[in-house]
Structures are given as C-alpha cells and as structure tokens.
Design a binder for this molecule. Sequence first.
Ligand code: ASP
Length: 411
Amino acid sequence: MKKKLSLPVQILIALLAGIVVGLICFFAGGADFVTNYLRPFGTIFVNLLKFIVVPVVLLSLIDGVISMGDMKKVGSVGWKTMAYFLATTALACVIGLVFASIFKNAGLFPTLQLAEGVTWDKATTANFMDTLVGIFPTNMWESFTTSNMLQVIVIALMLGAGILAAGEKAKAIQDVVGSAYAVIEKVMAFIIKLSPIGVFAMITWVVATQGAAILGSLALVILCAYLAYAVHIIVVYSFSVKAFAGMSPVTFFKGAAAATLFAFTSTSSAATLPVSKECAENLGVDKDIVSFVIPLGCTINMDGTAIYQSVATVFLATCVGMNLTLGQMITVVVTATLASIGTAGVSGAGMIMLAMVLTSVGVPVDMIMIIYGVDRIFDMGRTALNVTGDISCAVCVNQWEKAKAARKAKA
Ligand code: ASP
C-alpha cells in the first residue's frame, strides 16, 4: 500500500529539490527559463495570499472582538489574560525589530538585484500625521479593493464593537461572521495544503536568479528570528513567571517542555491544545483558568508569530532597498500585534498574515516569495514560542487570581 507523505515531508522535499534545481539553473544560465515558466506558479500562490488576506483579517478580527464581549462574563480573568497577551505580544514585536535592525545595520541583510521585469513600487515615507489620517476609511469598499490593511483593521474593530453594542439584535450577524470565518479558514487550509508546489516554484526562482548567496541570507534571517525567539522565551517568560507567579523558570520550562516540543514539531498551536492544557495543569494551574486561558491563547496569543512578522518585514524591506522609518516601525508593532491575534493556530497561517504587515508599511507583498520556501523553519520556532507564551500566561493569571482570593478572604 502506498503511504501518503505528510505535509512537512513534502515541504522539505520541495525545498531541497528547489535549491538543487535553482542552483543548476543559476550555473547553467537557465534563470530566464525559471522566471518565465516556474515563477508564475509562485505568483499564483502570492495572488492567493493577497486574495485571502482581506477576508481573513476582517472576519478574524470581528470574531475576536465578539469573543472579547464574552470576556465580560469571565470577569477579571478575562481582562488579566488579555492584558498579558497584548503586553507580551507587543514586547515580542519590539524584540523582533531590535534584532532585525541589528542584523540590518551590520549589513547581514542583503539588498537584492531583482530579476528584470520584476518591479516593486518603492514605498514613500509618509509623515506620521498623514499616516494617522489615512488609517480612517472614507469608503469601506475602497479599503477592501485596495487592500488598505490599516483601514480594514479599523473597519473590523468598529464593526465588531457595533455588533457587541447592538446585543441581541445583532445575533444573526454574529452567527454569519462565525460561519463565514469557518469557511475562510477552510479556504486558507486548502491554500496551505498546496504549499509544497509554491515552495518548490519560489525557492527555485529565488536561487536561480540570486545564486547561492541568497541561501546564506536566508540562513541569516532565520538565525535572527531564532535569536529573537530565544531572548523572548528566556528573558520575558522567565521574568514573568518569576515576578508574577513566584515560580522558578527552570520548573516552568520543564513543566511546559512537552507542549513546547510538540508545537515545534507540529507547527500548530491548535493541534497542541490538549498537550498545553495538560502541561498547565501539571504546573498547578486551576482547571477553570486552564480551560479559559489556553484555548483563547492558542487562537489569539502568538508571540512567536509577531517576532517572525517583524523580522521578516525588516528583512524584505531591506531586500527591496527600503529603510523603515520610526513611524513605520511603530506601524509594524501595531499591525504585527493585530496580525498575530488574527493568525489561526495552524501551520503556515502566520505567513498569510505577514501580507497584512507588509502592506501596512508599503513593502510589496510579492516579496514574500523570497522567504516562502523556508517558512516551515520559521514556523517551528514561532509555534513553540506561541504555545509556551500561553502556558506562561495561565501560570501568572492563576497566581493573580489566588492572590485576589486570599485578599478577599482576609477582608
Ligand atoms: N503555526 C503557528 C501556530 O499555530 C501560527 C503561525 O503560522 O504563525 O501557532
């Protein structure tokens, strides 16, 4: 009986085959052939990413806002959890940007000579006030058709808030959003399933046109992301569990290890959910808190994804010869935080949302082709981080709730 190869194995084979074919074409002078006949398959993939990003952002954020409404029911646990998630994710973006800037300023990220016929519109550096005004839409449909992601975010947040405010009357719309989001998630899963073809086409084209040197650059951007992942996991989570829960970081990492490793290999926070729950319970977190924090975390708390999106944005901006201004960096922090919230806990979803961050600062989405081939390697680390972050949150919220109960008992 023939056994079907699993997706990770297919992706690995596509990656290696693409590198080999790309190198052969580079040395044998077949770059034009690859650009004309193989790159279009990569373009199809990027087109699909562009097509899906507006509905995903819109629906996932509206859905997110609606679930925050339920949070009122869960009271203080809800707000503490949200505050922890948002603070650590924003911090993750900053850490990602710091590492990426260090690599960029040390000349470790390349500015690419892009193949002929491939043009990117260079982003202009808009001033802060113009950017601020530009965030607010004048026409909803125009924001959608031009994929103006900052405006789409504002629209999603306002519609979400409107739905909550309308209460019972908006019940039908709530259900429509939930069910449309489920459909879009399926479409996204379908696009991700086809990714081995995209990986092969894109890595072959990148290597055939840029030569072996691009492999070194890709290795460096992966190294940069992993260094940022490591700092976040070691510094931020050690600090938070120690400071807020009085737990030794060694105990925490030992307790969370099974989930961290499972996430690393599965690249899906959603698939890791049962393991994460067990780890959190073994670390002494109350069952009620586990069953609130961990499922919510695996849908909206993605520190690793935020780091990846920040690093990838700086890398790809450098590739097209763009320098991000301070204002654009702030935009990256805001959009990557929101993008990671909107990222589904499944393999490869973070790259789809990267399209949103890139658009928000004017980096051409087509540049995703450069790093598409090696996304799996980024994904392993970012998912491990995402899941560990959820468990650290559960540990801290548990302690805050315990302290609150003790204060109440005293009073
Ligand atoms: N694979 C990640 C997760 O499940 C999401 C991502 O692609 O960033 O947490």
